[in-house]
Ligand binder design. Structure first.
Ligand SMILES: [Fe+2]
Length: 378
């Protein structure tokens, strides 16, 4: 037992990257994992009551900040207060590292809100429980995507950029009727308004998508920022993803696309809500079906922060080939590696002590404690 250890937790089910210690202990000091082992922990250690202790979760794609900033349609909250309450929610969902997805190439009626600046302000003032990075969601066909990208791409906290195209009639919304339902629910738009918007989006794609895509990809590579493709559906989408040297494919919508992406060595990210709900809200492929084929690498909470832990813990039940350690890897080690965060994502000596203690009852996980770099934050 290392004398300088500051915190020790015993009587825990410890989830390592490749196996689970059914009854063990862990010690961390100076923000890093110092030691862990099987059986009784050192005298005086904190009793985890048999709960799971696992690495803090790593979230690559959540737009949930928007729900805190715009809690009702067109009702906007103080952006720093929104960031702080969102951050608190993430912490209690077991997320210790997040890539906040910010829209780049916004629709005319979507307000900027200064959320990137609010994240910086909250971080600089020591208001955050969780480690925050940015994920720029670049809507490629939009005429403003390059200008909006330029405002953010130089920030040191940009960790991922995704290449999105939500033009009606393809990818996620190949079924245009689903897009209508989505937008009706989101902004209360009428069908006539949607007709105008869809026509405009189709014209934008024709006019701008090709040149914008080349420029966004070139800039991401120049800044050494990992790229993600988004909603890959066809063989052509996959060919483009390979050509653009993406590291991650977010939410492929068909089995064919997922197989081809996997073959190309591209990590496949799917929504945890899709696992919990048993299917995709847009009517696309089920994440569990991909997992059964060995094609699921990373889970993301997408639009429900608490789904990340819940979805991961449910995976072994749906897919016998996935044990608890493998399921937890989809929300820890795999996303960390995909964006080059090699200092975290697993319980191993020397890694960051980003840890969570989790109790499960009624099939629902509850996060009882969260440490970020060894500091208790929730
Ligand atoms: Fe999408």
């Amino acid at each position: 037992m290392n004398a300088k250890s500051e915190t020790t937790i015993g009587n825990a089910r410890i989830v390592l990257a490749d196996r689970v210690i059914e009854r063990g202990w862990i010690a961390f000091s100076d923000g890093h994992v110092a030691e862990f082992g099987e059986g009784d922990g050192p005298a005086g250690c904190e009793d985890a009551g048999g709960d799971l202790v696992m690495p803090g979760l790593i979230e690559l794609h959540t737009d949930h900040l928007e729900a805190h900033y715009e809690p009702r349609p067109k009702v906007f909250w103080n952006p720093i207060a929104a960031v702080v309450s969102y951050d608190g929610q993430l912490a209690t969902c077991g997320i210790t590292t997040v890539l906040d997805s910010l829209r780049v190439g916004r629709d005319d009626d979507v307000r900027d809100g200064g959320l990137a600046e609010a994240i910086t302000s909250a971080r600089d003032a020591g208001m955050m429980r969780v480690d925050h990075f940015l994920h720029l969601r670049c809507e490629i066909p939009m005429p403003n995507v390059l200008d909006e990208m330029q405002e953010l791409i130089g920030r040191p906290d940009v960790r991922l950029m995704s290449l999105m195209d939500h033009t009606p009639g393809q990818r996620q919304f190949r079924d245009e009727a689903k897009l209508r339902i989505y937008y009706r629910g989101k902004g209360g738009k009428t069908d006539a308004e949607l007709d105008v918007m869809f026509e405009r989006r189709t014209a934008y794609q024709k006019a701008y998508a090709e040149t914008n895509l080349r420029e966004v990809v070139a800039q991401a590579h120049a800044h050494k920022i990992p790229l993600a493709s988004h909603d890959d559906t066809t063989g052509e989408n996959v060919t483009d993803a390979i050509r653009d040297r993406v590291s991650v494919a977010e939410f492929p919508t068909t089995m064919e696309a997922a197989h081809a992406l996997h073959q190309a060595g591209i990590g496949i990210l799917m929504g945890a809500p899709n696992v919990v709900r048993g299917g995709s809200h847009s009517g696309n492929i089920a994440a569990v079906d991909l997992a059964r084929e060995g094609l699921l690498d990373i889970l993301s909470s997408d639009y429900v922060p608490s789904s990340l832990l819940m979805g991961a813990l449910q995976l072994p039940r749906h897919v016998p080939a996935i044990d608890l350690a493998a399921a937890v890897r989809t929300v820890t080690k795999a996303p960390a590696e995909a964006v080059g965060l090699h200092d975290r994502g697993e319980i191993a000596v020397g890694k960051r002590a980003d840890l969570i203690r989790v109790h499960v009852a009624h099939d629902v996980p509850v996060v009882r404690a969260v440490w970020r770099k060894g500091q208790r934050v929730a």
